[in-house]
Design a protein around this ligand. Sequence first.
Ligand code: GTP
Ligand code: MG
Length: 589
Amino acid sequence: MIVNNNREQLNIVIIGHVDHGKSTILGRLLADTDALPDGKLEFVKSYCEKNSKTFEYAFLLDALKEEQSQGITIDAARCFFKTKKRDYLIFDAPGHFEFIKNMITGASRADAAIIVIDALEGIKENTKRHGYLLSLLGIENICVAVNKMDLVDYSHSVYNNIISDYNNFLNSIGINNVTYIPLSARNGDNITKKSINMPWYNGIAIIDIIESWQKINESSNIPFRFSVQDIYKFTSNNDDRRILAGTIDYGNINKNDKVVFYPSNTHSVISSIEYFPFQIEKAGQKESVGFTIADPFYISEGELMVKEDEFPKPFVSKKFLTNIFWMEKNPLLLNKSYNAKIGNKKTNIRITEIHKIIDATDPECIINKDKLERYDIGICVVETTKPVAFDTIRIAKNTSRFVIIDKYHIAGCGIIVEKLDEEIFTIEKEIERKNEIYIKSNKFEKNINQQNNKSIIITGSFAEKQLEIANLLEKNLIKSGKNAYFLSLKSIAYEYTKNNITDTDCDAEIKKLGEISHILNDAGVLFITSIYNLDSYEQEILKTTNYPYEMFVIGIEDTIQSDVKYNIKFNYKQNSDEIVNKIIKYLNA
Ligand code: GTP
Ligand code: MG
């Protein structure tokens, strides 16, 4: 691929119902704008003749697949070509929906779209569904090409009927500024010059429409956004840097800028910008870089870093309104838990309400059902187990998208439209819930107010060391006559044991652990557990589920969770016996 970085590149997606002529239009555009390598057109034509095949412009795309010359590259669904004005990347989106997935995940981005309609067949299901998806994706430049006009004798009235119907449809879904053009891609009508076959058409040729499109720079007003994708931890030679790696979604940043991480609300300062193997002073949009920060705070994967003095700030919530497009054969079910990725944040989500499902072929028709079937678009309330940071689509595209993962692949994708007020998981509510459903053991009354009714959480980013301490603590407490019980999160989080529990989202298990700790405390047992990198949200959950019993949080650290409240902290290099003795002293005090 030859990419000239000084030239503007406009990305266009060609969509439409199967066989309506997308590839032919593209082949024609390449041929008629002289974008093809010398002799290619003649070669394909004579190849067809020799093999008694009717020549198709769409064949040019196949013939060019291996072609790397003259700035044209074609692969499965993408085609590069250039005019004097600028470069183009065209996605020839086949009948399926892969391209929507790519656009929502940010893998590809279209600045403009051409919707192709066969003049003879007219508007089909996908013609409408695609229109609807364009409105979801917020694509501004749209051209509707009524193709195969030769098959309807270049009839003005056929053309008028189609565009008036389709225009009504587009208006009803909020798409207004659309350009319409009649084409015959096969015959080359209105491709690069105005056709003499349709004197009634007052507009310009399609290539001129394409050249007139303005690339809209979405990002110019959006504040800095960086979603932490990976954390690299160095441990050798006293190098204890942690590098937060990822790609800058929007904006610019300089060394020494003040930053905030959401949802943890951790404030720090950029100490270095790593651009391997160099360090740089500033970085900007689309650059893949690493950051180190001035404070030893623990930052987890998926946190959204923004600049302290910039607005608007991202939203932080566990509940939001979305548009979801479902692509999987199995339907998306209400209240079922799914894995999702919002930015780089992996989390569990549930669809808790479906406001409406739109039959893309008829937006007037709202279907009432409690699941999203394949290719449905639903306006749904999504709830996550932990708070996540995001923007809404009106503010920024990259940071308002998410994908839903079902059995290791992307099954649906969505856009966050609005933050909703979440229900707060309060101690009062939890007590109310408990009183309703809990049947208290007879043992409970006897054990309340015994000094054993407490739980101890060993946390930090040194799993092995934490386990060692928790085990030793249990052993020593039992030796001194206490009724202590150690249970690691690992023991109950079956699904996660294979991968070790690190940063995986296991909130349901945390809650389970809180319940177990509560029951054991009820029974007069001192409860000990070890959790890798407890965060403030998990701390709150445990505290709430364990109420009214006391909970102690012991940190084994080299970094600090800025928002977690520790009772005591130890350096991870300290001897385990010493640590355990100090914990016991602290508990007895
Ligand atoms: P898929 O990729 O399968 O979705 O199809 P497509 O939309 O890319 O359609 P393609 O360009 O392959 O064209 C489908 C058929 O329509 C081919 O046989 C083309 O020759 C024919 N066709 C395309 N444009 C025209 C046209 O303007 N007039 C006529 N008569 N036939 C056309
Ligand atoms: Mg095609």
